[in-house]
Design a protein around this ligand. Structure first.
Ligand code: FES
Length: 194
């Protein structure tokens, strides 16, 4: 069995978004986690070919038979995270990627929460002094809220190594059976009445 087959045997349920018509495939990928090794990292999971992921830009896949992963390609970098937003399970694969305070974030399409691609931190704008006019705001971090996984490119193949930190991360709840069986939807769910 090849190393690719070994790492991909538990992967299934591939889902891709249609490629953007304005996107151009670069001559060579400069994915953030390319490896000089010819072997995939130990305990990693094959996600797909780099050229397919670059074209699709967002790919979701179930790995290990239990965990859904979102892999994003943005500005020459690959990122991997849990696909359902830590706030209320929003479908992050439909979110825009924007920069806030110099940090690239995916903006959840449901309620616009901002999550850093590199760390999974939730960012928010804090008011420095509520009595000051005009109000001055600063970007602050709520800490890591979304589980981020390691993504590696080896010989044109993209692999994800699951972040198996035992520390609870808020997005974990949306990997439970109750939420994983729901289809991810691009539109926001109606806000619950208080
Ligand atoms: S579900 Fe993502 S912001 Fe609410």
């Amino acid at each position: 069995m090849s190393s690719e087959e070994e790492t991909s045997e538990n992967s299934s349920s591939s889902f891709t978004l249609p490629p953007s018509s304005s996107f151009t495939l670069p001559p060579s990928s400069s994915a953030s986690s390319s490896s000089s090794s010819s072997s995939p990292p130990p305990a990693s999971h094959f996600i797909g070919k780099i050229e397919d992921i670059v074209k699709a830009r967002r790919v979701t896949k179930m790995v290990n038979g239990y965990r859904d992963i979102l892999v994003l390609y943005h500005q020459g970098q690959l990122h991997a995270m849990d696909p359902r937003c830590y706030h209320s399970g929003g479908a992050l694969q439909y979110g825009d990627i924007e920069e806030f305070n110099g940090r690239l974030c995916i903006v959840c399409p449901w309620h616009k929460y901002k999550i850093t691609l590199a760390e999974g931190e939730g960012l928010y704008q804090a008011v420095e002094d509520p009595s000051a006019k005009p109000l001055i705001t600063h970007w602050r971090s709520k800490g890591v809220k979304q589980r981020i996984h390691k993504v590696t490119e080896v010989n044109g193949n993209v692999y994800v190594t699951l972040n198996d930190s035992r520390e609870a991360i808020e997005s974990d709840v949306y990997q439970t059976e109750r939420y994983r069986t729901d289809l991810l939807e691009p539109q926001p769910k109606p806000m619950a009445k208080k």
